[in-house]
Design a protein around this ligand. Structure first.
Ligand code: 1GP
Length: 256
């Protein structure tokens, strides 16, 4: 049964907030997997995302199978490229970079991935991916050769998100980029959330409890954090219950 997306919908309808820990195979030391994943298991995280803009072939598969040894949390691919597709994961965000105008990242790579996806058991979740300017050039911008939407152009960001929804996408991901100087503003999150009926993911540059709470309060259903955990694993402690529990009803950990 593929029910990761349905469980996200259920959480949203119950007002429960979700947190994904992002693991970039390019930066993650494989021999630290057990220790790191144990911390993820004990934290408020509900999902593990795996992916990056520049990852060597087969590195993703190795890391995902190692992660799966130590957790029951759903492992979702957040791929920068077709080479990051592996059947070891539970699901795949089928990302279309709708903020950009590079046909490869809007539809081209998707077509190339079909034979791989047809052979896999992955739950494929169509996701509108929107890159927002954050104060510096990001890896996504460099690799996809697209421009982010200026953070001041809230209307364009909200309209892009709505267009993604009307095209049939099941999630919208507002991305400031890994290690962003400025995370996605609360104004952007609020305006986008007001337009959408589908769940909203927000990530990039979130490094404090306060930023996490602000993103949730503004309407993010699922927040993605990578760099803050990579750089300092004590961040798991900082965001431990009961802080989120006091603020929001928290999704209990699900067995998939
Ligand atoms: C990047 O949104 C994710 O694609 C997470 O960003 O690494 O800055 O947390 P950070």
């Amino acid at each position: 049964m593929k029910h990761i997306y349905n469980n996200i919908l259920l959480s949203v309808s119950n007002g429960e907030k979700l947190l994904a820990v992002l693991i970039d195979p390019d930066k993650f030391p494989l021999d630290n997997t057990e220790t790191f994943i144990n911390k993820v298991n004990e934290s408020i995280a509900t999902h593990i995302f795996v992916g990056g803009s520049e990852v060597e072939k087969s590195q993703t598969e190795t890391i995902v199978s190692e992660i799966k040894k130590f957790t029951q949390l759903p492992v979702i691919l957040f791929p920068g490229d077709i080479t990051q597709i592996t059947n070891e994961a539970d699901a795949l965000l089928f990302l279309s970079l709708i903020s950009g105008r590079n046909p490869d990242y809007l539809i081209g790579k998707h077509i190339q991935s079909i034979s791989l996806l047809e052979e896999s058991n992955l739950e494929v979740i169509p996701t509108g991916y929107i890159l927002i300017e954050n104060g510096k050039e990001t890896a996504v911008q460099r690799v996809t050769e697209t421009m982010p939407i200026p953070r001041k152009n809230v209307q364009l960001i909200a309209d892009t998100a709505k267009a993604g929804e009307l095209l049939g996408m099941k999630l919208i991901y507002l991305e400031a980029g890994s290690g962003a100087i400025h995370s996605v503003t609360t104004e952007i999150i609020t305006q986008v959330k007001n337009k959408l009926k589908i769940p909203l993911i927000v990530g990039g540059g979130i490094r404090s409890k306060q930023q996490l709470v602000s993103a949730y309060s503004s309407g993010a259903d699922l927040v993605v954090i990578g760099t803050a955990f990579e750089e300092d694993e004590t961040f798991f402690e900082e965001i431990k219950n009961p802080f989120v529990l006091q603020t929001f009803p928290q999704k209990r950990k699900q067995q998939y």
